[in-house]
Design a protein around this ligand. Structure first.
Ligand code: 1GP
Length: 250
């Protein structure tokens, strides 16, 4: 087991909650990156994720290199497609979009990326990526040409997560989609956590302390915030507070 997954796995076992801040390279210039990174350090954010469903500018590599030179927080690639790979990151979520039935995102992009990931000696974390319906169309759904699991169908999310665990995947990622109107329901998180002991990541539309605390209480081990932190960087402090509140409650 390599370093990044080891940390996620150990924290999950100990019941320690984690926070990841997602950086979409298109949305950050150097000044903004430095500012947000400062807050990540101040609040001891656990991970920085880098990626996007669609990148319009060639800033992916430069963003990872800049981050790597400025912080010791582990940098995890959260790839929107097989092009988003860098040897300067610490790990990559090697995702398969298991909620969908599009072979290109179940295995096609992964096959194309695998030789480069190997060459770069990146730590891979096999991650079952489940898109959950969140009150509107999302970039992930459109770009991947897949349908999300309905928000009230926890049984489908549970069965999909069980299948992922049985296939040997290392983590489950419940994703409402960036900028989601509604985050993944607490009930669905609870149900998945009840049946599957793998580290559970939850992201999409988590924009305040209360919502984050409820996701942690429901069973999310790692919360990822993107848009919210980009628009109002103080959100990083608020979600950290949710993490701390959770500790006080347990
Ligand atoms: C990470 O895609 C999300 O899972 C990020 O979502 O941009 O809505 O925080 P937000």
């Amino acid at each position: 087991m390599r370093n990044v997954y080891k940390k996620i796995h150990e924290n999950t076992k100990k019941g320690l909650k984690m926070l990841g801040v997602l950086i979409d390279p298109d949305k950050y210039n150097i000044a903004k990156l430095t500012h947000v990174l400062g807050l990540c350090q101040q609040h001891k954010v656990d991970f920085i994720l880098v990626g996007g469903s669609l990148l319009m500018q060639n800033r992916f590599e430069e963003t990872i290199r800049t981050l790597k030179t400025q912080t010791d927080i582990p940098i995890i690639i959260f790839p929107g497609n097989g092009f988003q790979i860098s040897s300067n990151a610490d790990a990559i979520l090697f995702t398969s979009l298991l909620s969908g039935r599009n072979p290109e995102y179940l295995i096609g992009q992964q096959v194309l990326a695998a030789p480069f990931v190997k060459e770069f000696d990146l730590e891979t974390i096999g991650t079952a990526y489940l898109l959950i319906e969140s009150g509107g169309s999302t970039s992930v759904s459109y770009m991947s040409n897949t349908k999300a699991i309905p928000a009230n169908k926890s049984d489908i999310a549970v069965a999909t997560s069980l299948a992922a665990a049985m296939m040997g995947m290392q983590m489950i990622y419940l994703e409402a989609g960036s900028g989601a109107k509604y985050p993944v329901p607490d009930e669905m998180i609870q149900q998945v956590k009840k049946y599957v002991s793998l580290p559970l990541i939850c992201g999409g539309g988590i924009n305040d302390m209360e919502t984050a605390l409820n996701k942690y209480k429901a069973g999310a081990d790692l919360i990822v915030i993107g848009n919210g932190a980009e628009k109002a960087p103080n959100l990083i402090g608020h979600i950290t507070e949710a993490k701390n509140r959770f500790i006080e409650l347990t």
